[in-house]
Design a protein. Structure first.
Length: 306
């Protein structure tokens, strides 16, 4: 199993679409990946929630993963989102992602069918037995309805050595604290919410799987770099400069605001696939204003963060 250091900023990549949304815009995807690497991110996560994975066909998902791997050329790890509400489908998607060159997979807790803690544990262990690569668990109760408990996470870590990290989108700093207290370095915790990266980092998280870094990778990476250096004064200054943009990214369902921001910069269309809809005019204005404020404020803190 390939060793991966899950620290810093991992970008939860949006999936660009052509006008009308009928196909993936691979040219825009390639440019996005290149910009992320040049911006200093630590890794890339295609085909997660931000990548609109529920609306991608199986073929599209695999093509997106392959293209991200090809453009990345090993410069940073690629962790493919492969989880679903079906264990059998998750295993098949995970195997396909690894065959396509992904360095690891991210497995969301099964949504809609509401498994118990025992069900979530057995789901993860079944995937871990079948896939010989690092696995990142993804706990996001707001979307999946179920919440992977600290106790169940410990049980999984006791039985599956290739489960190495957790994207924690519970919004619960106490949960992160409990996991780090009990598991220490056995499990890397990454914030699943840009606005909580600073708070999670203060209790042991090692970085973030970020939406905002699609738009401003260098600035988001500056926060996690400072956190990993235990420079909380610098991290706080950088993080506070980003809060307005973080907030703007979630005024409508993700990734519509992120795509609106990228469209305002001329990098892709703002198209999302139904049942999502593109950001409305008010959100687009808020995003543009947040970008302008960040561009004014961040240079004031960046010299001390570089």
């Amino acid at each position: 199993m390939k060793a991966i250091t899950f620290t810093g900023t991992f970008t939860a990549l949006v999936t660009p679409f052509v006008a009308g949304g009928d196909a993936v815009d691979f040219a825009a995807l390639e440019a996005l990946v290149q910009a992320q690497i040049e911006g200093g991110v630590s890794g890339l996560v295609p085909c997660g929630t931000t990548g609109e994975s529920p609306t991608l066909t199986d073929d599209e998902q695999l093509l997106v993963i392959k293209r991200v791997v090809d453009v990345t050329q090993g410069r940073v790890p690629v962790i493919a989102g492969t989880g679903s509400f079906s264990t059998k489908k998750t295993i098949a998607a995970s195997k396909a992602a690894v065959a396509a060159g992904a360095d690891g997979v991210m497995v969301v807790m099964p949504y809609y069918n509401k498994p118990s803690q025992d069900g979530m544990r057995e789901h993860v262990l079944a995937v871990a037995r079948e896939v010989a690569c690092p696995i990142v668990l993804y706990n996001i109760p707001g979307r999946s309805v179920v919440d992977l408990s600290a106790e169940t996470t410990v049980q999984i870590c006791d039985e599956a050595s290739n489960v190495v990290a957790l994207k924690d989108a519970t919004g619960n700093v106490l949960r992160c604290q409990e996991l780090k207290r009990r598991l220490g370095d056995r499990l890397t915790v990454l914030s699943g919410d840009d606005a909580l990266t600073l708070a999670f980092g203060s209790v042991g998280a090692s970085g973030v799987i970020s939406v905002t870094s699609n738009v401003r990778p260098r600035e988001v990476a500056a926060v996690t770099t400072a956190l990993l250096a235990n420079d909380y004064v610098r991290a706080r200054a950088c993080h506070f400069a980003l809060v307005g943009l973080h907030n703007a990214m979630f005024v409508e369902p993700n990734p519509a605001p992120a795509k609106a921001a990228l469209a305002s910069l001329g990098r892709m269309t703002d198209v999302v696939r139904l049942p999502l809809v593109s950001a409305n005019a008010a959100t687009k204005q808020r995003v543009v204003e947040a970008l302008a404020r960040l561009d004014q404020e961040f240079p004031k803190v960046l010299p001390s963060a570089s």
